[in-house]
Design a protein around this ligand. Sequence first.
Ligand code: SAH
Ligand code: DHB
Ligand code: MG
Length: 225
Amino acid sequence: MFEHKPLPGWIDAERFLSDVVVHPGAALQRVAAAAEEAGLPRIEVAPNAGKMLKLLVQLTGARRVLEIGTLAGYSTIWMAQGLPADGTVVTCEFLPKHAEVAWANIDAAGLGEKVEIRLGPALDTLAALEEEGRGPFDFIFIDADKENDSKYLDWAVKLGRKGAAVVLDNAVWEGAVLDPGMDPVNAPGIVEALRFLGSHPRLDATVIQTVGAKGWDGFALARIT
Ligand code: SAH
Ligand code: DHB
Ligand code: MG
């Protein structure tokens, strides 16, 4: 796996900000513990990033959220906690083990009624959602296999409403976007996605660079115009 390289100060500051400002609730703290216990990779969004997703869901007034990449349901729960009473999240995951752990976590968080986990390769699920006439989605979070990032963005434009927000995780990848040879598996897909974001006639986008326990990375935010 590609190595992320946090500096000790970034980890400490992330914990400080989480404790002093972010205040992840008991349900979210349990998800992190359950992910660890189940031996899942600890690549969920940081608490400060999860809280940003929740606030963005609230600020955009989103009612229908689409997520690509569920893992243990950590980001799913953050976003679901920002939804109004009739709001829903559809989240895509292709590993049954991850979906199983996520389902237990989402249910334990009291959000079982709001969240639908769709098992299978996300590209198949996205085609099925279009086929089923699902959407349009108000908020889309992309955080799965980086090779397919630009395809996921293309689907986001198809399934999102005008004015919808799109967030893409892992937009800087330890700076490998400047030197894709650092990670030939993931970096080319991320660069392609950034170029897609920056040139698509219906996407208006920015990228915020981040540092923390997962190293140096970035969050892209776009509006579908
Ligand atoms: N959003 C999560 C982290 C997701 S990690 C959080 O912040 O809590 C990425 C997840 O995407 C993993 O669980 C992985 O199994 C899943 N994934 C990878 N490739 C996929 C694909 N093609 N289709 C669906 N899910 C995929
Ligand atoms: C990895 C994947 C992620 O989505 C992330 O946020 C961090 C790391 C990984 O595959 O290494
Ligand atoms: Mg990620």
